[in-house]
Design a protein around this ligand. Structure first.
Ligand SMILES: N[C@H](CCC[C@H](N)C(=O)O)C(=O)O
Length: 301
């Protein structure tokens, strides 16, 4: 289905009303892509929450494209969770941004910049993109944690769960956003919506954290569920898949190429210790719409 070209905005526009946007998903992780490269508007947390509340534009993450800040990049991208909080990384959203930038282009590579750094995105198939997500970070200040710990690959964090093995000693990883990865024998057995919020807000994480349950099936396959910071349990989390694969490889549980199976589908993660993490997976366009002026009345109220 030909996708109508997203009308780039004239610089006079200073509100989001009537703004065209793309509704997409990355393995069911609900993404809205908003192109503000020709305006100076910075989306506020209230506006992000208002867009999330707008019926057709419900999202897990909002990816806002701004004018490039660095030479050789296509856009600077700000990432909002549906609670209005900002994040430094969103793997699924980055694939959707690459799709939006490259869809009417003969280029196969797009470079976007986020608060966490540069992301080189390659179209490797119809609606399939491979993103260099950069190097994972493990220092307590980078994750970040509230204080130093003996080993960030086994954090001092435990939750006893009646009738199930305790969640204990998760791996701490930053992919530009904070992740705690618990390795478990049966990821489906846990009531993640009951357990997730307390862990997301644990005092060990001064900026909260994304909480994963990783079940290593074999050295090439991990089943993963993610309670996302600022969004709750999603059908897929790209940076979470990167963090889980990196943590498994660091613990000697997986090979350098891992298929991470999330509820919404699979991502291929490539990582060699000391290098960067490559994530490959789909980006799906759903529909295009505009935000009605009514959405932005009294958001300050
Ligand atoms: N909730 C995350 C951002 C979105 C990550 C996820 N949707 C992905 O695909 O990486 C955070 O606050 O760090």
């Amino acid at each position: 289905m030909p996708v109508p070209t997203l009308t780039l905005l004239d610089s006079q526009l200073n509100t989001l009303a009537n703004l065209p946007f793309l509704k997409m998903n990355g393995l069911g992780n609900e993404i809205v892509v908003l192109d503000l490269r020709h305006t100076s508007h910075i989306v506020t947390a209230d506006e992000a929450r208002a867009i999330a509340g707008f019926a057709r534009a419900g999202f897990d993450q909002l990816m806002v494209l701004h004018a490039p800040r660095s030479e050789g990049t296509d856009a600077f991208v700000r990432i909002y969770n549906n609670d209005g909080s900002e994040a430094g990384a969103c793997g699924n959203g980055t694939r959707c941004v690459a799709w939006a930038i490259l869809r009417n282009s003969d280029r196969d590579t797009a470079t976007v910049e986020t608060a966490a750094g540069l992301l080189v995105c390659q179209r490797v198939g119809d609606d399939v993109f491979s993103v260099d997500m950069g190097a994972p970070r493990f220092d307590w200040q980078d994750i970040p944690l509230a204080h130093d710990v003996a080993d960030t690959n086994a954090l001092p964090l435990r939750r006893d769960v009646p009738g199930l093995p305790a969640l204990d000693a998760p791996a701490g990883v930053s992919m530009g956003n904070p992740h705690a990865v618990f390795f478990v024998a049966d990821a489906a057995a846990y009531d993640l919506p009951a357990i997730g919020p307390g862990l997301e807000h644990d005092p060990l994480f001064p900026e909260r954290a994304n909480i994963s349950l990783a079940q290593v099936v074999d050295r090439q396959h991990i089943l993963l569920r993610v309670w996302e910071r600022g969004a709750g349990e999603t059908r897929a989390c790209g940076s979470g898949a990167c963090a889980a694969a990196v943590a498994a490889i660091r613990r000697g549980l997986a090979d350098e190429r891992v298929e991470v199976q999330l509820p919404g589908g699979s991502l291929i993660i490539d990582y060699r210790e000391g290098g960067t993490v490559r994530m490959t997976g789909p980006a799906e366009f759903e529909w295009r719409d505009s935000l009605p002026p009514s959405l932005f009345q009294d958001t300050a109220a």
